[in-house]
Design a protein around this ligand. Structure first.
Ligand code: HEM
Length: 284
């Protein structure tokens, strides 16, 4: 028998690292649970989550102010003032506006493009594994789970390999800002990184508008919405940021957690190895 829901502090780093007991307590005791002293309502049952996602007339995505409140440190605020404002696209807009942005991504993530990535993704997997296979032991998180999505997303966004470390750093700073756990020094560091990210991609967008290439940013930079206008710099930065952050942290954590499950349940790994047809289910 685990702890009662009221005994958990959701923001305790230990709970964040291993939230599954908290999830179970929430599902059992209060499937719609207001986290104490916050305005966050935590919905933990599948059917309720689906309902909330589908009822866009009742539940709104317009939560940009909660997602990115201004930093407490005025120095960080002054640094953000040297960059571009945050536009609301994708994650923080409701239908029908949402569809305008989403259809852009549906085009750039077409089945054809994603299927075309298969061999090259396998090649990256092989290269990463070749790098440590003879060592007998590996920090799998940092030498596989972290670089794999970064490489793929960076390639898709047209970021050259020599800038990958920068790219990873920006992703982590966006994550830190989103977490709202940053202290005032970290707020300044995050602000610097985010404004640096903006300048980097503003240059890239200008370059790709001049000379289109076969990557997602180039497609987005040429795309037209509304009355046949190009996307604004703010809209483009918002979409690029979401691709960077949404694709990295999530894929990194799910690959790592998946491998951990297989380590804990070797019989399940044997099953998958003898019947690769189970792969889709295993990923799910
Ligand atoms: C295991 C990996 C992933 C998980 C668990 C995950 C999870 C999520 C969740 C929960 C949302 C919010 C959905 C909503 O509020 O309606 C979301 C949105 C989004 N994700 Fe992912 N994601 C993953 C991988 C990726 C990847 C690889 C990319 C792209 C490179 C990506 C890009 C996005 C974008 C752009 C959105 C906003 C979509 C919209 O509002 O239309 N995600 N993701």
């Amino acid at each position: 028998m685990g702890k009662a829901l009221a005994d958990y502090d959701f923001f305790d780093p230990e709970v964040i690292e291993h939230p599954y007991d908290f999830y179970r307590a929430a599902r059992e005791e209060a499937p719609v649970y207001r986290l104490p002293n916050t305005n966050i309502f935590f919905v933990s049952r599948y059917a309720d989550v689906r309902e909330a996602l589908k009822r866009t007339d009742v539940f709104s995505n317009e939560f940009a102010d909660e997602l990115n409140p201004p930093p407490k440190n005025p120095e960080a605020l002054a640094i953000y003032a040297q960059g571009w404002e945050t536009a609301d696209t994708l994650l923080t807009v409701d239908p029908p506006r949402h569809r305008v942005y989403r259809s852009l991504l549906n085009k750039v993530f077409s089945n054809k493009r994603v299927e075309g990535m298969h061999d090259y993704m396998v090649q990256i997997v092989n290269e990463l594994i070749d790098d440590w296979i003879d060592e007998g032991e590996v920090d799998f998180l940092n030498r596989f789970c972290v670089p794999f999505p970064i490489y793929v997303i960076a390639d898709q966004l047209g970021v050259p390999r020599e800038d990958i470390e920068l790219f990873r750093y920006w992703s982590d700073c966006f994550g830190s800002r989103l977490s709202q756990f940053a202290d005032e020094a970290q707020e300044v560091e995050d602000a610097r990184a985010i404004v640096q990210f903006q300048h980097y991609f503003v240059d890239k967008i200008a370059e790709l508008r001049e000379n289109p290439a076969d990557n997602i940013i180039s497609d987005l930079a040429q795309a037209r919405i509304d009355d046949n206008r190009l996307l604004t710099t703010e809209e483009l930065l918002s979409i690029i940021q979401q691709l960077l952050v949404a694709g990295n942290e999530t894929s990194r954590a799910s690959i790592a957690a998946g491998v951990l499950y297989f380590i804990d349940h070797p019989d399940q790994f044997d099953k998958l190895e003898s019947d690769p047809g189970l792969l889709a289910n295993a990923v799910e």
